[in-house]
Design a protein around this ligand. Sequence first.
Ligand SMILES: Nc1ncnc2c1ncn2[C@@H]1O[C@H](COP(=O)(O)OP(=O)(O)OP(=O)(O)O)[C@@H](O)[C@H]1O
Ligand SMILES: [Mg+2]
Length: 273
Amino acid sequence: MSMTDAYRSSEADPSGGATTPKRLATSIRDLQKHYVLKSETVKALRGVSFDVPEGDYVAIMGPSGSGKSTLLNLLGCLDKPTKGSLMLGDDDIATMSDDELAEIRSERIGFVFQSYNLIQQLSVVENIQVPLYYQGNIGAKERARSIELAERVGLGDRLDHRPTQLSGGQQQRVAIARSLVNDPYFVLADEPTGNLDSVTTEEILTIFDQLNEEGRTIILVTHEDFVAARAKRVVRLKDGKLHKDEINDEDSRKAARDFQRKHVEQLLKEVDR
Ligand SMILES: Nc1ncnc2c1ncn2[C@@H]1O[C@H](COP(=O)(O)OP(=O)(O)OP(=O)(O)O)[C@@H](O)[C@H]1O
Ligand SMILES: [Mg+2]
C-alpha cells in the first residue's frame, strides 16, 4: 500500500461523507541541501518530498552519508535548505532569517540526541526547563509543567538529581521530557537509543509509543530495524534522495513490540538467576 493510499483509507469516513484531511506537522517539497566546500560541492539532499501528518511516527533510515542527519537538522531549523520548501505550520523555513529560525527552534522544536546533551550543572527539573529559558519566562506554572513532565517519564523521585547521578536511560528520559516542554510541532530524535542497552532501549521506545498514542508526532533516525519497526512509517533515504516510503501496519508493529518485550523479559530473568 502506498503512503497516500494508506492515509486516504485511514481517513475515509465510513458513512461515505466528505473526508477531513489530517493537518500536517510538516510538508517538504523538492528539498535540497548542498554543502559548498573549497574544492567541491556535496549534494547531501537532492530533492526530497514528503508530508508528515500530525500524529505520525516516522523512522528515517538509510546508509551512512545518505542525508538523514542533514534532513533532521533542516526539520529542526538548525540549518536552511539550498532549494525547495519545508513548511512548519504556515511558515516556510526556507524564507526565514536566522533569528526567526532560532525563535522557532526554541519555541516549537523538541530534540532528543544520542548523547542526551544535558547540562551537567543543572538538576533534572532545571534541564527540562532549559528550552523555556530562551523564551525568558520561568515562573511557578513553568516549574509545575516541568515537574509534571519529569513524572510523565518516570522521574518524579529524581527531580533534584544531576545528570551524573542518573543512568543513561534516565538521562535520555530527561531529554525526552525536555523535548516536550515547549509543546513542539514534533519530537525529533537522532539515534535516541544508540547508546543504550536492550532493556533501557525498550523503556525509551515504550515512552515514544505512549507519546505517539497520545497524539505526539515523532520523527526519529535509526540504523536498527527493530527500532524502525515500532514506527508507523519508514522513510528510507539513499544518496540524498527518497528511496522508499512504507507503512508498518498495526499487526507488524504489535508483533515488533511483543517480540522486543519478550526478549527483554528473558534478559531480565537471566540477570535474576
Ligand atoms: N557540514 C557539512 N559540510 C560538508 N559536508 C557535509 C556536512 N554535513 C554533512 N555533510 C555531507 O553530507 C552527506 C550527508 O551527511 P549526513 O550527516 O546527513 O548523513 P547521515 O545519513 O546522517 O549519515 P550517518 O548515518 O553516518 O549519520 C555526507 O556525504 C556528508 O559527508
Ligand atoms: Mg547522521
